[in-house]
Design a binder for this molecule. Structure first.
Ligand SMILES: Nc1nc2c(ncn2[C@@H]2O[C@H](COP(=O)(O)OP(=O)(O)OP(=O)(O)O)[C@@H](O)[C@H]2O)c(=O)[nH]1
Ligand SMILES: [Mg+2]
Length: 289
């Protein structure tokens, strides 16, 4: 397997536009000017094994695109910064404009997995920008804020949007963020679990007829409507970008799932995202209202 180099990502307000994979690959819009256009949304997937352009950086074996979505203020940017830099952006809330990205390479069972993580703006006025990015996403982290009931109620609308714009076999995870704010909590953990259970997730049944693994097929080439797709509830966790609770786990679980979908050998036991998240996730039973 070839080893690739990945560019170093930049800070949230200064996406490194020139360092992304170029051929059909994503190009970030500048913060503050993000609009669909020649330099804006990615119109092709970040394909595993595709070499990235640009200067020095870490090597990777496979690369995937992960998008964070959810209402404005739920903590998408903070979650990403916590995962990427291990820091919490306290203080004044600076709403994301358009779309932004960061890269991180993880070691997953000896394989270097590069996650290109796209931080979308939750504000309604940027929705059309976000739509343009969905179809190339391999995974989506859908966030609500446990201290904001409206952000929880809006999850259904986000799911409808995801089912309209994202690939049918996209890996999807629901996250209830800000569990550190125990006194302000208005959405119970059980409510999140219930919503995740009844929500429509779409996944790939391994061993489809013909041995096809549609998990990472290019846009338009997934097996939409085929018997290879099954529906089930969403993996769910509560997180805190402030304390770091379950943040690494959420991204690691996604990386493991995507890596296995793209590189699974017949002898390898199947990675089960739901089970992994359930087993590894640290509960927030301390923080129920
Ligand atoms: N207590 C607490 N506050 C958080 C947490 N995550 C984010 N916040 C705060 O919530 C506010 C919004 O966080 P952001 O990460 O900017 O929200 P966002 O979802 O990116 O918002 P948009 O960019 O507008 O879509 C900020 O003031 C953060 O400090 C968390 O886990 N706990
Ligand atoms: Mg943001």
């Amino acid at each position: 397997m070839s080893r690739k180099k990945t560019p170093k990502s930049k800070g949230a307000s200064t996406p490194a536009a020139s360092t992304l994979p170029s051929a059909n690959g994503p190009r970030p819009a500048r913060s503050g000017t993000a609009r669909p256009g020649p330099d804006a949304p990615p119109n092709g997937p970040l394909q595993p094994g595709r070499p990235s352009l640009g200067g020095g950086g870490d090597f990777y074996d496979v690369a995937f695109k992960v998008m964070l979505v959810g209402d404005s203020g739920v903590g998408k940017t903070c979650l990403l910064v916590r995962f990427k830099d291990g820091a919490f952006l306290a203080g004044t809330f600076i709403s994301t404009v358009g779309i932004d990205f960061r890269n991180k390479v993880l070691d997953v069972d000896g394989v270097k997995v590069k996650l290109q993580m796209w931080d979308t703006a939750g504000q309604e006025r940027f929705r059309s920008v976000t739509h343009a990015y969905y179809r190339d996403a391999h995974a989506l982290l859908l966030l609500y804020d446990v201290t904001n009931k409206a952000s929880f109620d809006n999850i259904q609308a986000w799911l409808a949007e995801i089912h309209e714009y994202a690939q049918h076999d996209v890996t999807l995870m629901l996250l209830g963020n800000k569990v550190d704010s125990a006194h302000e909590r208005v959405v119970k953990r059980e409510d999140g679990e219930k919503l995740a259970k009844v929500s429509q997730g779409r996944g790939v049944v391994r061993g489809c007829p013909g041995g096809h693994e549609p998990g990472l097929s290019p846009p338009g080439h997934h097996l939409a409507g085929s018997s290879c797709l099954q529906e089930y509830g969403l993996p769910f966790m509560e997180t805190s970008a402030k304390t770091g609770l379950n943040v690494d786990l959420a991204f690691t679980a996604i990386a493991k799932e995507l890596k296995q979908r793209s590189m699974k050998t017949p002898s390898e036991p199947r990675f089960r995202l739901h089970d992994y998240v359930k087993r590894e996730g640290q509960g927030a039973s301390c923080c129920r209202p």
